[in-house]
Structures are given as C-alpha cells and as structure tokens.
Design a protein around this ligand. Structure first.
Ligand SMILES: *Cc1c(COP(=O)(O)O)cnc(C)c1O
Length: 958
C-alpha cells in the first residue's frame, strides 16, 4: 500500500517545475552538493572565489534579461520570425531556392546524431561522416573535372580568397604581385578578395575577363557562368591566361556544371563555389558548404580538410583526414590556411542530395531550370527584348521602372543592379506558373506569351542558352554510391548506416578540451528549420528582414554585455575568421592613426594554431612569447619582445583562461604592457565558457575578441562545422568592423554574406533567452565545477599538468601522459583509442602540450556521466599498471590493440587478455556498447598512398 501524498500547501507562485537552466545544466542540486563535497568546499560561490582571480571579477549580474521556458522563448522568437517576409526570390547572385528532401531534413539536418558530432579527428568512431564527406569530395571532383577536392570551406567568397593565395604559393615561376579578377564575378566575392589582397600585399587587377591577354598576373579568376548569367568562353580565357604565365581559378555553380563542360576539362587549375543549391536553405546567407577542387600537383597546397582513404590495423579500408601537416594546428603561420571549423554538416547535406537524386535526377533538375530560363528568354526575345546569347539559369535585363513596381506587387524579389538593370535567376523551385507571372511582370498583362507553346518550340529546336560546344559530354557521378539510394527507403537506411558508425553527443560525453561540447538543446535547434529563417535570401530587401535584423541586434546587445565590449560584428563565420576580422580591425585602426608600419604579432607558445595562421593572413610577423613552467605567459619575455618590436608592435594574441586551462593572475598586467608599447590585445574567446557572467574580455583589458558561438553558445559542431565567430571590439575599433557591400559600406568584408551564417543565429538567441542572466552565469560556474571535480578525482592516477590559484583549474584540465609513456610506452593516443572501448570520445590530444590529454566536461554533463568517465580513466590507469608490472607487453595490451571491433570478437584470439576485457572493459559499457566501425587507422599509410576519391565497391567488399 502506498501512502497518499498530501496536497501541497504551496502558493501558486511557488508551484514551478524545473526551468530550462535546470535542464541545460547536467548535475542536479544533490549531485552539485556531492561534487562540492568531494572538492572540500561548502558552496559553489566558494569554489568560484577560490578559482577566478579577484582582480578580474565582474562583481555584478549581467544586464541580460532573465531566462524563459522553452515554450515562452519559442513564442517570443516566433513573433520575430513573423516579421520576416518570405517572398519568391529570383535574386540569385550565388544563393538560390532549393528543395531539401524531407528525408534528409529530418534524418540529417535535424538529427542530433549528425549535428552534435565533432570534427572527425578520431576516425575509428567517425567513419559515417567521413564516408559522406568523401562522397562530397567525389561529387565535387566529378562536377568540376578536377583531381581532388576538399571537404568544404566556409563560403564562396572566402574560397575565392583561398584560391588567390594558393595561386601565389604554387605559381613560383611568376614573380608578379598581380592577381587578375574578371569584373563579372559576384560582387561579394570581389569585396572579400579586395580585403584579403590588400593585407596580403597583392595587387588586385579587376578588368573584363577578355582583357586577360593584356596582363601577366600570377593568377587569374573567372566566373562560369558569370554574375550576369553569361557563359564565357572559358577554354579560351584559360589558354590566354596560361600563355601569360598565370594559374587559373574558376568560380562555378554545381547545378550549371551538370550541363556545362567542366572547368577542369577546359584547363582550370582550381575550381570553387557554393554547394548551397544542392538542398541547403539560403538561411539569410548561410551556413553553406563552399567547395574547392584542384589539380593533383597542388594537393599539398590545398586549404582545408581533405578526407582520404587509408587502412586500419587489419588492413581493411578506413577513412580519415589526410595530409594534416598542411593545416594550421601543425604548420601554424606556415599553414595553407587558417581554416579549423569548416562546413561539414552542410557538405554532408549536399552530398546526400546528390546521392538521393543521382546523376539522372540532378541532370533533370538542371535541364528543367535551364528549360524554364530558355522559355523566359525566348518569350522576351519574341516580345522584342534584347536577351543575352548564353545563359544557364540567369538573365540580366534592361527594364522600365514599372517592372520593378509590378515585381514588388507580385511579391517577387528581383536582383536590382541599378535603376534600369535587373537580374533574374531561376532555380529548382521555379514553376511554369512562375515563368508565366514573370512574363506579366516584365512585359505587362497583355504579353501574349505561352509557356507551353514556347516549350514545344524549344523541343522543336529553337536555340537555348548553352551552345553545343559548351555542353558537357563526359559521364559523371558514375560511382555506385550515386546510383543505388534513390528510393526513400534505401536512402533512409544508408543515412542510418553511416550515422550508426559515428560517436556523437547522443552516445555520451565528448570531453574535448577547448571545444566546449555542451548541450545543443532541441528547442534551440527547431527555429533553424522555420521557413521565415531558412528561406530568406541574404540580399533580400531590408523591409523583408526586420525579424532577422531585430534578432541579430538583440543578440549583438547581449554578446556585447557578456563580453564587456562596445560593438559586435556577426560577419565572421568561424572562430578563425573572427581572428582574421579582429586583426584586420586592429590593422585598419593603426593605419588610420598613421601607424601602418605596426606588423609584429606576439603570440604565446601555447596558442591555438589558428592564431599564428590568422596573423600570417594579415602579413604580420609572428613572434612567439614563451610560457613559464606553470603554463603562464612569461611576462619578462613578453616585455622583452614588446620592447624589441618597438614601434612595429601591432598586437598580442592571448587566450583566456589560457589554453592551459587556468586563469592567469597576470592577464591585466599583460594587457597593460602591450598597450604601453602601443600594441592592441586580441583575446581569443574560445574559452568564454569560463567567463560568461564571471568576468569579461573587455574588463580584463583586451581590445577585441572572437566568440565561438559553436562552443560557448550552443551551436552544434556539425561534425566539423558550421560555426559562427562574431567579434566584439572596444569603441576605438568599432569603425573598423567588417563592412559589406549589401549593407552600405563595402570596405573590409570578410564573408560573402553581411551576417555570416545568419541561419544558425536563432540557436544562440534561444540559448541566451532561455538561460538568461542567471542561467548564463550558472553555466560557467558549473563548467568550472565539473572540470575541478574531474581534476580532483583523477589526481591520484594522473598528473594534472597546470593549476591556478588554490590548486584550481578553470573549465578544463590537462592530464600529462608523458611520465606514463616514459615508464610504460603507453601513449596519449593509446588512451584515446582505449576510451572508445569504454564508450567515450577521447579528450583533446596533444594540444596545447604534446603528450597530454585536455578534458573539458562542460556544464551539461551530469555527475553520473562524469563518474562514468572517471571510472573509465581509472580503469585505463589500472591497465597501464599491468603494462608497467610486465603482466602485458605494451604492444600486446588492450591499450595498444584499441579500439576493439566486432571483427575482433570472432575468429582466432591469441592475446594475453580476454575478449571480454577487450570489448567490455566496464559494466557501463556492457549495458550500452558503442562499437567502433574499424580498428586503429593507419594515418601514415594514407598519406603515403594519397586517395581522396570514393573507393570502388570492390575495395569495400575485399
Ligand atoms: C576552436 C578554437 C579556435 C578556432 O575556432 P574555429 O571556429 O574552429 O575556427 C581558435 N582558438 C581556440 C583556443 C580554439 O579552441
């Protein structure tokens, strides 16, 4: 018999369920108490007082509104969404309406198993998205006609800038400083190129494509089809450019390339563009995957992540990220680019779109778009209009002002080039009725054109916009993956099959230090799919984007308050881009003050690789500042190097709390020294999760920071992107924030779209709105509690490398594996792989210190999960002990053999430990087993035998 619970006597005002904050934060009140107890402190406040230096404490609540429930926040955001007007867009200019197949929307875009994964640095538990990214590369190689492709860049305009710098690196024979850009590329591409070229020290020659023969640049960039929609004679342009000693880069469009001869076939060295129209919504500018393809000899020069084929320890095919020695985290200021976060999730969406439609489906979509455009062009011509000779989907027309009025009345957005010039781009969503309505808008109600009649005439042979010699003849997308998943059942199962190979936050915690893998709440994610956010063109008229702009203003205000800065720019679409934008602001400020000679950037040895790589993009001279034994920046060395730089000191880039996971006491002093020497302080905000509500970069004394909204502010990592890297600045730098041609001032643009990847900003808006001032601060406090709890519980088994005041760490902690390695031969990599057997993703390996593991639990992990991780690490420590005592030889131990796969549990077994120990090392894992898809991957083999295309089915069968 259960006793009857008495009715509560609480008043209505106290009858409350849990708040969003209670759901966002993992440990409940009892768990928090137990964790504090373990640390020997009474209250969370005591722990924070022990940890965060007095001198930098905020000492007040943030001026941010109090939090709301999921329902209330969604209702409030709905009122903003309703202020966006979704008109039919014919603007084009690199952004098109598209139909995302529902099976992809629900099972990839809206599926946490896909969107919460991390960049596939641990390939054994990432084979699913690695395969999908390889499909993306194969698709790009086929469509561009080139030998290799990367797994995405941030947007088309920044890809253009990467193409420019690649040409300069690779074209050693041509010593010219000129880069030629055809004047018919998209204007936003030109804007980003201008900014990048100026600070790289290149001279941008912007001229008609046909004038290339009058120049001798190191590289030349053409667009095919161009921004007006014409299809230039690309082969001729490339030949001329080559004869002038230039390498060639071509901006192109994937749907057009279904019908056009590939730039690769026509001789291009590099082809890039946006994969947006392969099923990814416009989202007011992003996120979208840019693609980037190149010829084989350029492979070591290509920017960004490249997925390659290798083998695992059984000799079976296994995928992983190839040639990482090109990248910023290894090559630093000599890297091929500063790219870290890219657009993996969006590349996967585009790849699945191609897998689903296949070559025939895609060709039909392209043919249909082109036919509708041809019908429009033919009708206009019949009505006496001048129409360009070549086009794929875009026409540029001379019109009377009345046309603009009629378009407006019809709810059709056209591209306005000037008073009398418009552009019209058709796309996958355009219907016959739309074309008929366009006739009415363009020619008036009495236009007399019939879509059906013209269609019949075109079939009968009237010329269309693509000349016979421009038509693609080669077979593309012949690989089996593009030819077997065309039914929804088959595609659903393929998506699921890949998904099941990948470890993500749906399986357990991902304690990657510096990456802040926190909860990405479902309520935060839902608005991303709302049509009022998804289906807005980045250059839509301002009166149609009020909701977006209000949301962005509110977000900017909150982020300025959180960071203690005066202004925020949403343009940079990754942390690394934020660094570039921030250094650019510093540079432009110094130039305006007659101090353009300042070009030295001081960077601590422990800095993230993007810091020096971004400084290099600004042609800054990187000077490394040493750290002392406690992991703090060596102030004496800083002072000496600042003095040495003299009036050439431009900036110092620091991270706070430091990448060593401690709050440096001396940070205020550091800022003072840099300012005293005339420099500016760039504070890398990737660790803001240890600051929100407790301190502020602006308060500490820095001048500019980027924030990783995909770390601290709940945007999911997407398996390697998207992200957002807005920057905050003090007032004196405000005039030098990135401008954009579409919003007025076009100087200093760093991204293709004015607000970067605006389509994911609702996630951060929801995060701030639901947590509010108290929840934001508590999140930082709980992140600190979790890290200190782990450091404390593991201190008997591992060396915690750095500690701050009172022996406390910040929101992450570093375990030093080097002593164990010296003793036993077991490495941090062995531990990382063995953690997979225990059902975990590894912590960050060997950053910022080689031979270490950096653990960041975040506030979202419950004590139950933290304890499960602690148990796993203790279990691994006990296994290392068996190696130390000689019970197991290191190379025959489960640590070295890790990860264990299903293939390991069948067949012969001749190891000194049981299969049980191999695959079920803990009770927790017996209850819920995640099976790594492959055994340990051989990275060296893959780089020696570089392949970045899809293996044939034979390779998988073998
Ligand atoms: C993640 C990170 C970056 C780079 O951010 P991306 O968005 O990946 O470009 C820079 N600095 C630090 C310390 C980071 O952790």
């Amino acid at each position: 018999m259960t006793a009857k619970l008495p009715f509560t006597q609480k008043p209505l005002s106290q009858l409350r369920g849990a708040s969003f904050t209670d759901r966002h934060i993992g440990p409940g009140a009892d768990e928090q108490a137990a964790m504090l107890d373990a640390l020997g402190v009474d209250t969370l406040q005591t722990l924070i007082d022990q940890t965060v230096p007095e001198g930098i404490r905020l000492g007040r609540e943030l001026d941010v509104r109090e939090g709301l429930s999921e329902e209330a926040a969604l209702a409030e955001l709905r009122t903003l969404a309703d202020q966006n007007i979704v008109n039919r867009s014919f603007i084009g200019q690199g952004y098109y309406n598209t139909l995302m197949p529902a099976v992809i929307q629900r099972n990839v875009l809206e599926n946490p198993a896909w969107y919460t994964a991390y960049t596939p640095y641990q390939p054994e538990i990432s084979q699913g998205r690695l395969e999908s990214l390889l499909n993306f590369q194969q698709m790009i190689m086929d469509l561009t006609g080139l030998d290799l492709a990367n797994a995405s860049l941030l947007d088309e305009a920044t890809a253009a800038a990467e193409a420019m710098t690649l040409c300069q690196r690779a074209n050693r024979k041509n010593k010219s400083n000129d880069f030629f850009v055809a004047d018919d590329v998209h204007p936003q591409t030109l804007d980003v190129l201008r900014t990048r070229a100026e600070h790289h020290g290149f001279n941008l020659v912007v001229a008609p494509a046909g004038s290339i023969g009058e120049h001798t640049p190191f590289g030349a960039l053409f667009q095919y089809p161009n921004t007006s929609g014409d299809i230039p004679d690309l082969g001729q342009l490339i030949q001329t450019a080559n004869a002038q000693g230039a390498m060639t880069a071509v901006a192109s469009d994937l749907l057009a390339l279904m019908l056009l001869r590939s730039p690769g076939e026509l001789g291009a060295d590099i082809v890039f563009g946006s994969a947006q129209r392969f099923g990814v919504p416009m989202g007011y500018g992003g996120p979208h995957a840019a693609f980037f393809a190149a010829r084989e000899p350029l492979k070591r020069q290509v920017p960004g992540r490249i997925i390659g084929v290798s083998v695992d320890s059984r000799g079976d095919t296994a995928l992983r990220m190839a040639m990482q020695t090109r990248e910023q985290h290894i090559r630093r200021e000599k890297a091929t680019s500063n790219i870290c976060t890219a657009q993996a999730l969006l590349a996967n969406l585009a790849a699945f779109y191609a897998v689903y439609h296949g070559p025939d489906g895609l060709r039909a979509i392209a043919e249909r778009v082109h036919r509708l455009t041809a019908i429009l062009a033919t009708g206009l011509r019949r009505a006496g209009q001048d129409v360009q000779a070549t086009y794929f989907d875009t026409l540029t027309l001379d019109v009377e002002p009345i046309v603009l009025e009629r378009a407006k009345a019809a709810g059709m957005n056209l591209r306005l080039l000037d008073e009398t010039h418009i552009g019209i781009s058709l796309d996958e969503t355009t219907t016959e009725a739309d074309v008929a309505e366009l006739f009415t808008v363009l020619l008036g109600a009495e236009h007399g054109q019939s879509v059906g009649d013209i269609d019949a005439a075109l079939i009968g042979g009237e010329p269309t916009g693509i000349r016979a010699d421009q038509r693609r003849q080669d077979a593309i997308l012949t690989h089996p993956v593009f030819n077997q998943y065309h039914s929804e059942t088959e595609l659903l199962r393929y998506i699921k099959r890949l998904e099941n190979k990948d470890y993500s936050l749906v399986h357990g915690m991902i304690p990657l230090g510096s990456c802040t893998m926190k909860l990405n709440a479902t309520a935060e994610m839902m608005p991303v799919s709302w049509p009022e956010f998804a289906n807005i063109h980045p250059f839509a008229p301002a009166e149609q984007t009020r909701g977006y702009r209000t949301m962005i203003e509110e977000l900017e205000r909150d982020l300025a308050e959180i960071t203690g800065y005066d202004a925020v720019s949403m343009q940079p679409n990754s942390g690394a881009q934020g660094e570039y934008a921030g250094l650019l602001a510093i540079k432009r400020y110094q130039q305006a003050n007659g101090e353009g000679q300042r070009d030295v950037c001081l960077i601590p040895a422990s800095a993230h690789g993007t810091n020096p790589a971004s400084a290099a993009m600004m042609s800054m001279k990187v000077v490394i500042v040493e750290c002392d034994d406690n992991g703090n920046v060596d102030l004496d060395d800083l002072k000496a190097k600042a003095e040495q730089a003299g009036d050439r000191l431009s900036a110092c880039m620091i991270t706070y709390p430091s990448t060593h996971g401690v709050y440096e006491e001396s940070v205020v002093e550091l800022c003072r020294i840099v300012h005293e020497h005339g420099g500016q302080v760039y504070l890398d905000g990737a660790n803001l999760n240890a600051q929100v509500g407790l301190t502020q970069p602006g308060l500490i004394g820095s001048d500019v920071s980027h924030l990783n909204l995909h770390k601290t502010f709940a945007i999911p990592h997407g398996g390697g992107g998207p992200g957002m890297g807005p920057i905050g600045v003090k007032a004196h730098l405000t005039p030098y924030l990135p401008g954009h041609g579409e919003t007025g001032a076009n100087d200093g643009a760093v991204s293709a779209a004015p607000y970067g990847s605006a389509g994911i900003l609702p996630i951060t808006w929801m995060y701030n709105r639901m947590l509010g001032r108290t929840g934001l601060r508590q999140s930082s406090e709980l992140a600190i509690l979790g890290a200190n709890y782990i450091a404390h519980e593991l201190a008997d088994d591992y060396d915690v490398l750095y500690r701050g005041r009172n022996g406390r760490v910040a929101h992450e902690c570093i375990l030093d594996i080097r002593p164990l390695k010296a003793d036993t031969g077991i490495t941090e990599e062995d531990i990382a792989k063995r953690l997979m057997d225990y059902g975990f993703h590894a912590p960050t390996m060997s950053f910022p210190v080689p031979g270490t593991l950096m653990i960041e639990p975040t506030e979202s992990e419950s004590k139950v999960e933290l304890d499960r991780f602690i148990d796993a690490m203790k279990g691994i420590r006990a296994e290392i002990e068996k190696v130390r005592t000689g019970e197991w030889a290191a190379d025959q131990s489960p640590l070295r053999m890790a990860p264990h796969t299903q293939a390991d549990v069948v067949g012969d077994w001749e190891r000194p430990y049981s299969r049980d120990i191999g695959v079920f090392p803990s009770e927790a894992v017996r209850a819920a087993k995640f099976w790594p898809a492959v055994n340990r991957v051989d990275n060296v083999y893959g780089d020696r035998n570089f392949i970045c295309s899809c293996p044939g089915t034979d390779a998988y069968r073998d």
